[in-house]
Design a binder for this molecule. Structure first.
Ligand code: NAG
Ligand code: NAG
Ligand code: NAG
Ligand code: NAG
Ligand code: NAG
Ligand code: NAG
Ligand code: NAG
Ligand code: NAG
Length: 212
């Protein structure tokens, strides 16, 4: 629950302590019930009014390299992403201070890219979608694949499709949270993209209200 919900609860409790001293008679019970309904209604409307989290999606992606060398534990990767962020609220804009994209293969984190930082924060109008095109995630990383991840990698190599998870970690003025996208990336060859990527919607987790 958010900090605001807790403060609702505690302010309610303190007022309850005061009425506790009064001898409770039937009208008081009725008033108590009405206050209870009112408080629950306030909390409910407050929850529904929480600035809805932005919706992330990976519209298109092309993986043109994903080589893991077991002998020197090196993963070489080259991934390009088209990302969209939708502000579903009709009247509330979103001001982003930080958006990071973190890439995982199984349990192994292998890359991260900053989409938005504090010096380049941006404002998204209500009811709009912004896109980030050709976001490049590439490099070489020393990683130690766990046995399960290495088996997964071998299967992926055989199938020509790798399952990569992206974690978007975002901070907005009022809300921060994560979105996770489970991508199925067909491997292109020789630096070219392979067709067959399906637009992937991300699911939101860990929504945290900073202040209201
Ligand atoms: C994704 O990009 C590839 C190559 O850039 C293109 O052939 C394909 O049509 C695109 N897919 C979508 C859904 O836009
Ligand atoms: C991203 O979108 C642009 C414009 O639609 C397209 O030309 C480009 O190939 C896409 N990139 C990827 C990685 O799909
Ligand atoms: C990646 O693997 C492919 C096929 O196994 C190979 O042809 C290619 O040269 C490798 N690339 C690098 C940079 O090691
Ligand atoms: C690891 O080995 C591969 C293939 O032999 C090579 O392409 C890559 O540069 C090596 N990486 C490091 C960090 O030595
Ligand atoms: C939101 O956007 C859609 C499509 O662009 C438009 O039809 C709708 O009227 C907009 N709603 C508001 C409240 O601006
Ligand atoms: C923040 O982002 C801007 C634009 O993308 C970039 O020029 C700048 O170097 C970044 N600053 C930091 C501290 O990463
Ligand atoms: C993304 O790449 C495509 C071709 O690969 C290009 O046509 C398009 O202009 C690029 N978009 C941006 C925003 O750089
Ligand atoms: C790979 O791409 C390079 C340049 O992009 C080209 O010169 C080469 O012929 C290609 N190799 C294959 C096997 O398609």
């Amino acid at each position: 629950m958010s900090a605001k919900d807790e403060s609702f609860g505690s302010s309610y409790l303190s007022s309850f302590d005061e009425t506790d001293n009064i001898k409770i008679t039937k009208p008081h019970v009725l008033r108590f019930a009405l206050i209870m309904i009112f408080v629950c209604g306030m909390i409910f409307s407050d929850i529904t009014e929480i600035p809805t989290a932005p919706k992330f999606a990976v519209e298109n992606a092309s993986l043109s390299q994903f080589n893991y060398t077991k002998t020197n534990h090196t993963l070489s990767y080259k991934l390009a992403l088209n990302i969209t962020i939708t502000n579903p609220k009709k009247y509330i804009g979103l001001e982003y201070n930080d958006i990071q994209v973190i890439a995982y293969y199984g349990k192994t984190r292998f890359a991260f890219v900053t989409l938005v930082n504090e010096t380049a924060s941006f404002y998204q109008n209500p009811n709009t979608t912004v896109s980030f095109e050709n976001v490049s995630v590439q490099g070489q990383k020393l990683v130690l694949f766990a046995e399960s991840d290495f088996n997964k990698y071998s299967l992926g190599t055989a199938a020509g499709v790798y399952s990569v998870d992206l974690l978007f970690a975002f901070k907005e003025t009022f809300v921060s949270g994560n979105a996770i996208c489970n991508l199925k990336l067909p491997l292109g060859f020789n630096g070219t993209a392979a067709p067959g990527f399906q637009t992937t919607k991300c699911w939101e987790t860990l929504l945290l209200i900073l202040s209201l």
